[in-house]
Design a protein around this ligand. Structure first.
Ligand SMILES: [Zn+2]
Length: 297
């Protein structure tokens, strides 16, 4: 009995103390700085999406403000809209990116410092693929040829290879000439694997680095089917090799996927594309559709 009363006394004693602490904090907030930020940045970003933060601040005396931003190299700053934006880069995944903005009225200045955490996100399968006539890509086969798309982007069934992935499988006979969808520099070639092994990891391929840093992967080429070498420059429409059935495949086809940057080649890093010279069905977002037949013009 005596012990319980003793505890009760301690609790009553602590409570007023905590409450005092809260009041102290409130009095600090009543300070009246000459400049105040009136925006709060998003504190999380996704590496598949552009981080974007538009800030605003005001001078309590109505003075014009100038701004100075301190941002990491992958971000850029638009002075007109006061927007910081950028696509987070892979090495900074799951880490804090800090940036700061200083607003000044010529006499006083105030700095807003923030951290953004970049997380690994799913790709946006409902992305808009853009106006086909403005596409930077052409179908990777000769004009006049038609092939069926046996697997399109992002099938909803998680058992399918392209689930949560922008990638296209064109069914075509082994030995079909493959053309560069877009100009660039060859950065990887493998052509020593046999067709029809059905073993994942045994794919032949050609990877081409585009001028904007994105990479096209042409996969499942036939054995000895590459017509280009590493470091070779190729123009759009150049012959790069011949299709096949190597590696993780259930039949002869070309797998085409575009990655945002040179590495790593993670499916969550793929980009939505369509083609400027394709005739064939498109969905409401201008993406190619499963089982559609596409003809290169
Ligand atoms: Zn595929």
């Amino acid at each position: 009995m005596k012990l319980q009363k003793y505890y009760a006394l301690i609790l009553i004693g602590i409570f007023p103390f905590l409450s005092c602490g809260g009041d102290d904090g409130a009095s600090d907030d009543q300070a009246d700085p000459a400049i105040q930020f009136t925006s709060t940045p998003s504190l999380q970003s996704d590496h598949n999406r552009t981080f974007s933060y538009t800030f605003s601040a005001q001078s309590n005396e109505g003075l014009p403000l100038s701004y100075e931003v301190n941002i990491p190299s992958f971000m850029s700053y638009n002075e007109d809209t006061r927007t910081i934006s950028g696509v987070p880069d892979w090495p900074r995944l799951n880490s804090d990116i800090t940036f700061s903005i200083t607003a000044s009225d010529g006499t006083n200045s105030v700095t807003q410092r923030k951290s953004v955490q970049i997380v690994l996100g799913e790709i946006l399968c409902n992305s808009d693929f853009g106006e086909p006539s403005e596409s930077l890509y052409i179908l990777p086969f000769e004009s006049g040829e038609s092939f069926e798309l046996s697997q399109s982007n992002c099938p909803s069934n998680p058992n399918w290879g392209h689930h949560n992935w922008f990638a296209l499988d064109f069914d075509m006979p082994i030995g079909t000439p493959l053309l560069a969808s877009r100009a660039g520099t060859v950065i990887a070639v493998r052509e020593n694997q046999r067709d029809g092994t059905r073993v994942c990891g045994e794919e032949n391929y050609v990877f081409i680095l585009h001028d904007d840093g994105s990479v096209a992967s042409y996969v499942h080429l036939t054995q000895a089917g590459a017509e280009v070498n590493v470091d070779q420059r190729v123009e759009q429409g150049d012959l790069i090799g011949y299709s096949g059935d190597s590696g993780c495949s259930i039949g002869p086809h070309l797998h085409l996927a575009i990655f945002r940057q040179r590495g790593p080649y993670d499916r969550q890093y793929t980009l939505p594309i369509n083609f400027s010279n394709a005739t064939g069905p498109l969905n409401n977002a201008n993406g190619l559709v499963q089982d559609g037949v596409y003809t290169a013009n």
